[in-house]
Design a protein around this ligand. Structure first.
Ligand code: GAP
Length: 439
């Protein structure tokens, strides 16, 4: 039987969510492209995170810093030293390379050959700035978005007249030269992060660490993730990243096991103190009440857009053996419903004329479509039987299907079908927008 991950990969491609990058050239290096529905889902996830972390929270400011930054930043942050490196081993026979910590035995998993001793391999992606490709022109694509936040700490503090505790949130691309990218979009070389850095008094760091862990767990639950498939696991001391004093992984139970989707880190004063040292700019905070200066501690929440999208997609992907509509057409088949939370569903409403060869029905359907598309992510679909169209819409998680039929021409009402209950109601066209909003 096909594994669930394989099913999701082929579904994601077939229905326009995720395509391999550079596919016509055979794909490229664990990079992926998000298709028409994938980009909508991604945008909805980012919007849900941004709303939660900036609009709904007091004292969190947004930022959009550049991807290319001074290479001095990566010296100061520890990413260019041994801190941001994986241990790499190579097979002496087939020359395939592996991350040492991913190997179960001390043998090549591909050919059984002997392995070399481990070597440190830095994950930063190198590039050149300007026309000369020499040492002086080397810089790096950022490996985490938060460094752009630390180096703007003072700018935000001053321009926003902020007082500790406060946070800075950012969404953006990050790049890592992963040795063993795998599991579809779980581990990529180019990915997107949503990170929030909470600057606080060191004495409050433990309290805020617990607060943000709870907040972030609740975010996934509020977006419909199955609570049995979500857990928080503390990272053992010996596995902590070079900047972390304490860390918890928020993990989702993928078909290939429990895996991290978000990290909550207490980074202490690692970043602000190191950037102060390397830049000679004083990034400490002056507390007006005590008249004392200190480096704030940072509690970080860091989630991959792509990785959380993979979790949302996996959680929502539901197959119903024998079909949910039980029509003769579907009886023997398996029907898929993408039970995405309503705020994440890439399509909210679909407008369907019952038949496409009756101009009056088509005209009315287009009129309804024009009204709804202003308010909701709406599509128009006139091909195939209504049953078949309903199934296609369930597959992409469309929340409501609106059918315009012969009766609509007489009484200005339409049938609204709900994705989850499959219940159908007759609704007056002029009340449609409010009806959907209320739902
Ligand atoms: N600023 C802290 C930081 O970057 P991390 O644990 O290395 O911490 C945070 O990464 C999150 O970024 C992960 O939980 C994951 O969701 C995402 N992420 C990291 N590397 C990734 C990769 N290669 N592909 C996809 N997502 C990745």
């Amino acid at each position: 039987m096909e594994d669930k991950t394989d099913k999701i990969i082929s579904f994601a491609k077939r229905r326009g969510f995720i395509f391999p990058s550079s596919e016509i050239y055979g794909g490229f290096s664990s990079c992926y492209d998000f298709g028409p529905l994938g980009v909508e889902l991604k945008n909805n996830i980012k919007k849900a995170w941004w709303n939660e972390m900036t609009k709904m929270k007091d004292n969190i400011f947004g930022l959009d810093s550049s991807i290319l930054m001074s290479p001095k930043i990566w010296q100061a942050s520890g990413h260019l030293t041994a801190g941001f490196a994986d241990e790499l081993v190579e097979c002496k026979e087939c020359h395939h390379r592996f991350r040492k910590d991913f190997l179960e035995k001390n043998k090549c998993p591909d050919c059984g050959g002997e392995l070399t001793d481990p070597k440190k391999f830095n994950l930063m992606m190198k590039t050149f700035i300007g026309p000369l490709e020499d040492e002086a022109a080397i810089t790096y694509l950022r490996a985490e978005t938060c460094q752009g936040i630390y180096v703007n700490f003072k700018n935000v503090l001053q321009t926003m007249r902020a007082k500790i505790p406060f946070g800075i949130a950012q969404i953006g691309k990050a790049f890592r030269n992963e040795i063993t990218p795998k599991n579809f979009i779980y581990r990529m070389r180019e990915f997107e992060q949503m990170e929030m850095q909470w600057f606080c008094n060191p004495k409050d760091a433990d309290k805020f660490f617990d607060f943000w862990k709870k907040e972030r767990m609740n975010w996934y639950l509020s977006l419909g993730i199955d609570e049995k498939k979500l857990r928080a696991t503390e990272t053992p001391k010996e596995e902590l990243a070079h900047y972390a004093r304490k860390a918890v992984d928020i993990e989702y139970k993928f078909p290939f096991g429990w895996k991290e989707i978000e990290g909550i880190h207490n980074r202490g004063d690692w970043d602000l103190s190191n950037h102060s040292k390397h830049s000679s700019e004083d990034l400490s905070y002056h507390d007006d009440e005590t008249d004392k200066k200190y480096y704030p501690y940072v509690i970080e929440t860091s989630v991959g857009v792509d990785r959380s999208l993979f979790a949302f997609l996996t959680d929502a992907f539901t197959e119903v053996e024998g079909g949910r509509t039980k029509t003769t057409e579907s009886k023997k088949s398996v029907e898929t419903v993408l039970k995405l939370h309503k705020s994440l569903a890439p399509v909210k409403v679909a407008v369907l004329p019952l038949v496409k060869n009756k101009p009056k029905i088509v005209d009315l359907a287009k009129k309804v479509y024009d009204q709804l598309k202003v308010e909701f992510a709406t599509i128009y679909d006139e091909t195939g039987s209504i049953g078949r169209r309903y199934r296609r819409l369930d597959e992409i998680g469309a929340l409501f299907a609106i059918t315009i039929d012969f009766d609509s021409l007489e009484d200005n009402t339409v049938t609204v079908r709900d994705r989850d209950t499959m219940g159908q109601e007759r609704v007056e066209i002029k009340k449609l927008i409010n009806y959907i909003k209320e739902k």
